[in-house]
Design a protein around this ligand. Structure first.
Ligand SMILES: [Zn+2]
Ligand SMILES: [Zn+2]
Length: 296
């Protein structure tokens, strides 16, 4: 395999791609069949965009998503090594439904950004993105535990204000609370409260309590994941919420949809529509990373 697929700064290049990780085709595990398909990187990028941001989003948003998707794929390439693949075709990695999913627009976005990746500290980053930030993006390290999280600054964003999913509410009936808490290992819970927020205002910790005084503190993202597994993704849409307690229920009212880190896709689409460029969009949502070009 070629050892020479480098970015423009040679000192950075060595750190980004070891020779064994050359830029050749991605090996994608098809989860339905268990087969591994080899797909050229740029064709892969064109084919995953429809599942991530839609096949017909405006060009600057598609191009920004193409840079993010390419970066994510390359940064996460070791994920399925045990199965003889780089990535799987499911949400776990990036949703890939076959080359025929690509549209004319997504192929154009891939071509226009060929080889562009987001880099920080000499490494391609697993560039995060989400549906709607709800007014401010999150810090990656606040939304997952992963030592490879890029260090991206939270940014204010009003561009997603008109998106569906900017505001939401969800009621958890009191009688359902033990069910949710059981999924988090504390089935005796009868009470719930917010126990901590990160400096962007997202809920970082919640506390479940039981009548005898026992309690259990859980992380905000664990709470959202457990709720999503029980009631679906449109229940607790983000960790940016308040809780109002009443006799029958805990009423959550919040902003945004998704983890909130990195690029806000609704914001990127709105910005593209009002004339912002791909580089302006990437520069905002990936503040702290740089765009660089892989080259043979
Ligand atoms: Zn995967
Ligand atoms: Zn936003």
């Amino acid at each position: 395999m070629s050892a020479a697929f480098l970015v423009s700064r040679p000192s950075v290049a060595r750190a980004i791609l070891a020779p064994s990780q050359g830029p050749g085709p991605l090996r994608v595990l098809r989860t339905a069949t268990g087969r591994v398909e080899e797909i050229p990187l740029e064709e892969y990028v064109a084919a995953v965009l429809p599942g991530e941001i839609g096949g017909h989003a405006p060009a600057a948003a598609l191009e920004a998503q193409a840079v993010a998707a390419r970066s994510y794929a390359l940064a996460r390439r070791a994920r399925h090594a045990d199965e003889g693949a780089d990535l799987c075709d499911a949400v776990h990695c990036q949703v890939y439904r076959g080359l025929s999913a690509a549209t004319e627009e997504t192929r154009a976005a891939s071509a226009a950004t060929e080889g562009l990746v987001l880099v920080q500290n000499g490494r391609i980053i697993a560039a995060p993105f989400h549906a709607v930030c709800g007014g401010k993006t999150a810090r990656p390290r606040d939304v997952w535990d992963d030592e490879e999280n890029p260090d991206l600054m939270p940014v204010e964003d009003d561009a997603c204000r008109d998106a569906s999913g900017f505001s939401w509410s969800f009621s958890i009936p009191r009688r359902e609370l033990p069910h949710l808490a059981a999924a988090l290992g504390f089935p005796v819970a009868r009470f719930l409260e917010i126990y901590g927020r990160d400096d962007t205002g997202r809920v970082s910790m919640l506390r479940f309590a039981a009548p005898g005084g026992a309690s259990r503190v859980v992380r905000g993202f664990e709470f959202r994941k457990a709720a999503s597994e029980i009631w679906g993704w449109a229940s607790v849409r983000s960790t940016a919420f308040e809780i109002a307690e009443s006799r029958p229920e805990y009423l959550l009212t919040g902003h945004g949809t998704g983890h909130g880190a990195g690029m806000c896709q609704a914001g990127a689409i709105a910005r593209a529509r009002r004339g912002e460029s791909r580089d302006e969009i990437l520069g905002l949502y990936y503040k702290g990373a740089q765009v660089e070009r892989l080259r043979p």
